[in-house]
Ligand binder design. Structure first.
Ligand code: PMP
Length: 360
């Protein structure tokens, strides 16, 4: 079988080893004559997978003991409303940075729940840059400070973290989780969809500091209450068992391959290969502030939209898939998540060089 090179923004590349492991255990889980996805989620088979996924998460990210880890349905999108429902206490203000499409969605949902203050709005600058962390401040009555570590569509990424004293910092890390080393203790909550760097689609992860969970109001219905999920070890209701199994196998792969430090070094290496090419001439152009270029979602433009369409088409014909930019911004985008091997990026760089020579 000849596999395509997958540059999709999500769901996206999963290491072949992980897919093959799922395939070989799909109908007969570890020789038990039954599939993992057809037994109760309370069965030992699944229980082991669930606990292992959580403990690998803790180990790989050095998560301190006073944090709970959840895997819930509804994606990061449901978290956009659950976060203010749980943590935006009455009379307080939630501070948000508007860095692009995903931050804006979080803001729009939070506004329906309570008072929101937008501390920085990147709209005027076409979301091509981010504020310096030293310029950031929160409202005097701030309930929490929310930002998006990597804008998957705009291709911008924070390089430093906001320091706001006692104000809980909440971060959507959907598209760069485990691609960089972070000090979890700087955050009150980190969350995101698993379908970029951690496994197949179908769940969102939440890392929540336990003191924040004390805010979850009893008036919330059960599923919307993070504290209930945490108290039940993320097993209040039937978890997305297939997805979490995939996450567990993906995290084992991350561990086998050197953990987050190795993923981080690879992310730097892979993205540098493409940014160096972009900067080496004037055929390709990066529309984002070079200080905040994403190592995960590399957006770039060609001299014309016609050439962009030709580029995407020819790349695809050569086995390099999903290089079209998001429909809202146009251009091209190569997503280089953890599951994308260096060899795929080498092939893409060669193709980009060749394309610029032929069409420049
Ligand atoms: N935040 C970011 C940064 C994203 O990239 C996405 C999905 N692309 C989301 C949130 C929404 O995630 P989901 O589709 O899992 O709800």
């Amino acid at each position: 079988m000849s596999r395509k090179l997958n540059f999709s923004a999500g769901p996206c590349a999963i290491p072949l080893e992980v897919l093959e492991e799922m395939q070989s255990n799909m109908s007969d889980y570890q020789g038990n004559g039954i599939s993992l996805v057809e037994v109760s989620h309370r069965h030992k088979f699944y229980d082991d997978v669930h606990n292992e996924a959580i403990s690998l998460f803790k180990e790989l990210m050095n998560i301190p003991d006073n944090y709970s880890i959840l895997f819930l349905g509804g994606g990061a999108t449901l978290a956009f409303s659950m976060i203010p429902m749980n943590f935006l206490t009455p009379g307080k203000t939630a501070d948000y940075v508007n860095s692009g499409t995903w931050a804006k969605k979080a803001i729009d949902d939070a506004k329906k729940i309570g008072k929101v203050n937008v501390v920085f709005d990147g709209k005027e600058g076409a979301y091509s840059s981010l504020p310096a962390v030293s310029e950031l401040s929160a409202s005097p009555d701030s309930a929490y400070f929310h930002f998006t570590s990597n804008e998957t569509i705009g291709g911008i990424q924070w390089k430093e973290w906001p320091e706001l004293g006692d104000i809980p910092v909440i971060c959507d890390m959907s598209s760069d989780i485990m691609s960089r080393e972070i000090d979890v203790s700087k955050f009150a909550m980190i969350y995101g969809g698993v379908q970029k760097n951690l496994g197949p689609a179908g769940a969102a992860f939440m890392i929540i500091r336990n003191d924040l969970l004390e805010r979850s109001p009893d008036t919330l219905t059960a599923y919307l209450n993070y504290k209930i999920h945490a108290d039940k070890g993320s097993m209040y209701n039937t978890p997305p068992v297939f997805t979490i199994w995939g996450v567990k196998l993906f995290l084992e792969w991350v561990k086998r391959n050197g953990g987050v430090p190795a993923m981080s070094a690879l992310a730097d290496k892979k993205s540098k290969m493409i940014y160096d090419l972009i900067d080496s001439g004037d055929f390709y152009r990066s529309p984002v502030d070079s200080a905040f270029r994403s190592t995960m979602n590399l957006v770039f433009r060609l001299p014309s939209e016609e050439l962009e369409a030709k580029f995407v088409k020819e790349a695809s014909a050569n086995g390099m898939m999903f290089l079209k930019g998001h429909r809202s911004v146009g251009g091209c985008r190569a997503s280089l998540y953890n599951g994308v091997p260096v060899s795929a990026v080498e092939t893409l760089v060669d193709f980009m060089k060749d394309f610029s020579v032929k069409n420049g």
